[in-house]
Every structure is written in structure tokens, then in C-alpha cells.
Design a protein. Structure first.
Length: 168
């Protein structure tokens, strides 16, 4: 395969996986924010007591806190929240930086780094697929699986480019 075509495919797979990753994170965040119950307070006219709609008592707020802590613990690796905006932004920046590096300087060290990073991202994507399957989020399962496949494609293309004689 000519290096120009390989370079184009590699950059496109990096950009596509990055875009889908960002879309998936945005969808997941919007769904997690949408599941929080909205509480409306009003006063009962007969008894004069203040009540809250949407949460019948302290039990539901405790359950919501427990669910929130469970939700956050799923995305923690070595004490780091993997879904923090900083890490998501860093992953996007690294991917786009690698795409630029591959486009302008398709050298073997850059291709090797691209392949390794893509494999690491694919491993996290597969873990995300498992997480979304357990959460019964079919749409996010599909997005995470597609991102994982694109990262594996990227790693494979980087390996082919690494072995190509033109990428010295």
C-alpha cells in the first residue's frame, strides 16, 4: 500500500475514533445528568408541612448518593476518574496531535507511538463496552464498540506503516 494512502487512512481513523469518543462521552454525561431527579418543594395546604416532589424522603436522596458514588467508582482507575473533563480533553488532544504528527512526519517512532497509544485506548474502550453492557445502554455500547474497532484499525495501520520501507 502506498504511504500516502496509508497515511490518509491512519489519520482518518484517528480523527473518526476521536470524534466518536467525544460524542460518546457527551451522550453519557447528558444521560447521567438527566437521570438525577428534579425536586420541587411546595407546602401542603391541609397540614402546612413542606414536602418535596420527586423524592419521598431522605431514603431517596441517600439512594441517589449511593448510586452516584457507585457510578463514579466504575470510572476510576488507580484513583483517577477516567471520565473527568481533563482526561477526556487530554485523550482528544493526544489523538489529534498524533494525527497531525502522522500526517506531517510519518516516521517510525511516531507510527510506533501511534500504534501503542491506539492499543491502550482500545483496551479502555473494551472496558467501556463491558461497562455500558452492564448498564444496559445499547446506544453507548455501539459507540464504544465502534471506537474500540477504530482504535484497533489505527493500531493495525500504524503497524503496517511501521513495517513499510518508505517510513524510515
Amino acid at each position: 500500500m502506498p504511504l500516502a494512502r496509508l497515511k490518509l487512512l491512519l489519520v482518518c481513523s484517528l480523527i473518526a475514533s476521536t470524534a466518536l469518543f467525544a460524542v460518546g462521552v457527551a451522550i453519557e454525561r447528558s444521560r447521567s445528568e438527566g437521570t438525577e431527579t428534579s425536586e420541587v418543594s411546595h407546602t401542603d395546604e391541609e397540614t402546612g408541612e413542606a414536602t418535596t416532589e420527586g423524592s419521598p424522603g431522605e431514603e431517596s436522596s441517600e439512594a441517589a448518593e449511593a448510586a452516584e458514588s457507585t457510578e463514579h467508582s466504575d470510572a476510576v482507575f488507580l484513583g483517577v476518574d477516567l471520565e473527568s473533563p481533563w482526561l477526556v480533553g487530554l485523550a482528544v488532544a493526544v489523538s489529534l496531535g498524533l494525527a497531525l504528527a502522522v500526517w506531517f512526519r510519518p516516521l517510525r517512532p511516531i507510527l510506533a507511538l501511534t500504534g501503542v497509544v491506539a492499543l491502550v485506548f482500545a483496551a479502555f474502550d473494551v472496558a467501556e463496552v463491558a461497562h455500558q453492557v452492564s448498564a444496559s445502554e445499547t446506544g453507548l455500547v455501539a459507540i464504544a464498540a465502534l471506537v474500540a474497532l477504530l482504535h484497533l484499525l489505527t493500531a493495525g495501520l500504524a503497524a503496517v506503516g511501521f513495517r513499510a520501507p518508505e517510513s524510515a
